[in-house]
Design a binder for this molecule. Structure first.
Ligand code: NAI
Ligand code: PHE
Ligand code: K
Length: 356
């Protein structure tokens, strides 16, 4: 049988199953060429273990690109905890047991990989993982001596990236523009507030009606049903929910000029980026525009930066995107490929390849 690993150029992928909770845990280390691998722990239900491993490996590769393009001295990795049911339906005791098992793997990897928060995990979970693993978790709560959530700096970077991407299609001011935010979570709601403050006409969607209600009453957002998002016309589409939103078919019908959001692996297939490019839709590559959270975690915890220094680095996402767009123009490629080439150049220049 052909497996997902056959299509992956990473270094380590290890999984374990826990019969007691039904959790299937995977850690993927894609590269350590620039430094120890890092990437968050994602906990959610998956239709199959194969899909969970596929998500871990793809997301780990993306982390390698994210760290390289952001100029951070870290490699790429990711953890996926495939749960037997929705995260909200996992009891406290089971969840704690799952964290204990994950921490055991982190301790075994002994610093080759550092985790952090992602979909389905929080700063409080990082407090537990840090304590039980021997310190291999970024993003602990401030109460536990950590730098707190990565979401605000991720949102900051996405906002900077939206502005730069809009400029690329000739939109210098968001006032009066239709900005569609998919997913009103920690990042999406923050981005929605920022664009609303600029006078954008906010359109929003979430599977959680309470979050929609907040956006409607506080930000005057027009709410669209979850299934109608990709067929709703807008100037800027901001995917901040899960990945895999834009496949070849969606890319060929999307009514927008810009795609710029935080969702990791927003493209569902290899053709989607080319289809967007052929239609003149500017895509801000996910691993560039959503790097603010990684800059916050690695900046504060590895490089000793202050919050202000983190903020300054996050502002640079705008210039990096401008460089990606320029490269896509001159090399006649999609912005996604241009950004990958930028990452590959950084990796090729690095000489610290012994541990890779
Ligand atoms: P979150 O879990 O706080 O928010 C996600 C939101 O999306 C929730 O409100 C959820 O109800 C909603 N949602 C889920 N499926 C949906 C659907 N089909 N349609 C509409 N809404 C849907 O997560 P967070 O932290 O805001 O992250 C959002 C995305 O950004 C994720 O893909 C994450 O991987 C990515 N990201 C987050 C970073 C961070 O620092 N928090 C950093 C880099 C990427
Ligand atoms: N999970 C987030 C991301 O995908 C934040 C994160 C960055 C977590 C780096 C760990 C390490 O960017
Ligand atoms: K989270």
């Amino acid at each position: 049988m052909e497996t997902v690993i056959e299509h992956w150029d990473g270094r380590v992928c290890c999984s374990r199953y826990d019969a007691e909770t039904g959790a299937f845990l995977t850690v993927a280390i894609h590269s350590r060429q620039l430094g120890p691998a890092t990437g968050g722990t994602r906990a959610m239900a998956y239709p199959s273990r194969e899909l969970a491993v596929g998500d871990a490996t793809r997301l780990a590769s993306s982390m390698t690109h994210k760290m390289a393009v952001a100029g951070l001295p870290m490699g790429g990795g990711k953890s996926v905890i495939a749960l037997p049911r929705d995260r909200r339906e996992i009891g406290e005791a089971d969840w704690h047991r799952i964290l204990v098992l994950h921490a055991e793997t982190l301790a075994t990897l002994n610093g080759s990989y550092w985790t952090g928060p992602d979909v389905g995990t929080s700063s409080a979970d990082m407090d537990v993982l840090h304590g039980l693993s021997g310190g291999y978790a970024f993003g602990r709560s401030e109460a536990a001596g950590g730098p707190g959530s990565s979401a605000p700096e991720t949102a900051h970077g996405v906002y900077v990236g939206i502005r730069e991407s809009a400029r690329e299609v000739g939109i210098s001011d968001l006032a009066g523009r239709r900005v569609l935010v998919q997913g009103l979570g920690a990042v999406g709601m923050d981005v929605a507030r920022r664009v609303a403050a600029d006078g954008a006409r906010l359109i929003a969607s979430d599977i959680d009606p309470l979050r929609c209600e907040v956006a409607r009453t506080e930000l005057d957002a027009e709410i669209v049903a979850v299934d109608d998002v990709v067929s709703t016309a807008c100037d800027v589409f901001v995917p901040c929910a899960t990945g895999g939103v834009i496949d070849r078919r969606v890319a060929s019908t999307l009514e927008t000029r810009v795609v710029a959001g935080s969702a990791n692996n927003v493209l569902a297939d290899d053709a989607a980026a080319d289809v967007l490019a052929s239609r003149g839709i500017v895509l801000a590559p996910d691993f560039v525009i959503n790097s603010g959270g990684g800059i916050h975690l690695v900046g504060r915890e590895v490089l000793g930066w202050t919050a202000d220094e983190v903020s300054l680095h996050v502002e640079r996402i705008g210039r990096t995107l401008a460089e990606v767009f320029e490269r896509a123009r001159t090399e006649r490629t999609s912005t996604d490929l241009a950004a990958r080439r930028l990452a590959d150049d950084v990796l090729a220049r690095s000489t610290q390849s012994v541990a890779s």
